[in-house]
Design a protein around this ligand. Structure first.
Ligand code: NAD
Ligand code: IPM
Ligand code: MN
Length: 346
């Protein structure tokens, strides 16, 4: 099976390298092709998502992605910025369903920003819509009648978009503990009112799922007050982006949370939820476990290798139990040493 490796910028290549080492120990069924993406691709080829990179992503059986983002590129026109590469891949490949599991490895209770007895309760999946919302609406800069600069980004969802992600939310809940919390801002936004109405309509088809609704501001608070109350959250693109970074700190570190971005046929892009971390790039300080766990999700969801996925996840748990700690987890191990620790268990 062909894996497209898109390491990207900053710590992206550092963490992807460790994930590939781990994959090679658990299976010999994969071949890899690497292509530039993000700021690296812009600098080499003048575009953050070159046609050949997109073509590789389409040809591959699955994509393992590092991160994109480069402070040198922040002043470029928006369509040339590194972030457009990941947005373009999500859109071009119709990867509308982003699964972001947040679970605390018990060994990391001391690394969470929460008290251990609160933190250990977290075991949830955020189902984030990835192809719509304010991310993909009309946007621009204009001048108001009073001569002021004005930026705008249109937020919208149509009912079809809500239905297809809500279905993933309900089905994810069915496969877990049967609880779905739909997060919106229906008290203010029409987009969210439609979202809530559609989710309620669909709930008739899922009588075995206990559905609740929560405003996003309350959800942000509940995530740190009592994260154990959540099983599955389904939410829009922007709210899901923000809430998943927050959930990561309940689970120990942003360096721990993997993700799968899926189309409707289980084709997927797998990446850590974090970015290119320019502040630590090149120093060997990045925690590679989020990417290693993303590789495990890739084996499970897109490649039909669940036993190998289990082996990786168990090895990560054992490495943590054995004391593997990068700086974000309060330790001193380098990126490569964290990889070594997982390999040693395997
Ligand atoms: P970030 O996630 O890159 O970093 C936030 C903080 O978390 C930093 O202090 C960083 O050092 C730390 N951190 C992140 N990953 C870590 C890891 N694996 N191990 C240890 N510490 C880690 O977010 P940011 O600083 O807001 O963004 C930096 C760049 O990354 C921006 O250009 C942004 O657009 C981009 N970004 C890309 C993606 C993606 O490619 N999917 C995701 C998020 C941000
Ligand atoms: C993420 C990132 C991206 C997002 C950016 C880089 C476009 O924050 O993958 O979480 O906002 O979706
Ligand atoms: Mn994000």
């Amino acid at each position: 099976m062909l894996i497209a490796l898109l390491p990207g910028d900053g710590i992206g290549p550092e963490v992807v390298e460790q994930a590939v080492r781990v994959l090679n120990v658990v299976t010999d069924k994969l071949t890899y092709e690497t292509a530039p993406v993000g700021g690296a691709a812009y600098k080499a080829q003048g575009h953050p998502l070159p046609a050949a990179t997109l073509d590789l992503a389409k040809r591959a059986d699955a994509i393992l992605f590092g991160a994109v983002g480069d402070p040198d590129c922040d002043k470029l026109e928006r369509h040339l910025r590194p972030e457009q590469a990941i947005l373009g891949l999500r859109k071009e490949l119709a990867l509308f369903a982003n699964l972001r599991p947040a679970k605390l490895f018990p060994e990391l209770a001391d690394a969470s920003a929460l008290r251990p007895e609160v933190a250990t309760q977290i075991d949830m999946v955020i189902v984030r819509e990835l192809n719509g919302d304010v991310y993909f609406g009309e946007k621009g800069m204009r001048t108001t009648a009073a001569g002021l600069r004005e930026g705008y980004d249109i937020m919208s969802y149509d009912e079809g978009e809500v239905r297809r992600i809500a279905r993933v939310g309900f089905e994810t809940a069915q496969a877990r503990n049967g609880k779905l919390c739909s997060v919106d801002k229906a008290n203010v936004l029409e987009t969210s009112q439609l979202w809530r109405d559609v989710v309620i309509e669909m709930s008739a088809d899922f009588p075995d799922v206990e559905l609740s609704h929560m405003y996003v501001d309350n959800c942000a608070m509940q995530l740190v007050r009592n994260p154990g109350q959540f099983d599955v959250i389904v939410t829009g693109n922007l709210f899901g982006d923000i809430l998943s970074d927050q959930a990561s700190m309940c689970a120990g570190s942003i360096g721990m949370l993997p993700s799968a971005s899926l189309d409707d046929k289980q084709k997927g892009l797998y990446e850590p939820i974090h970015g290119s971390a320019p502040d630590i790039a090149g120093h060997g300080k990045a925690n590679p476990l989020a990417t290693i766990l993303s590789a495990a999700m890739m084996l499970r969801y897109s490649l039909g290798l669940p036993d190998e996925a289990d082996r990786i996840e168990a090895a990560v748990a054992k490495a943590l139990a054995g004391g593997a700690r990068s700086p974000d987890l309060g330790g001193t191990m380098t990126t490569a040493q964290m990889g070594d620790a997982v390999l040693a268990v395997l």
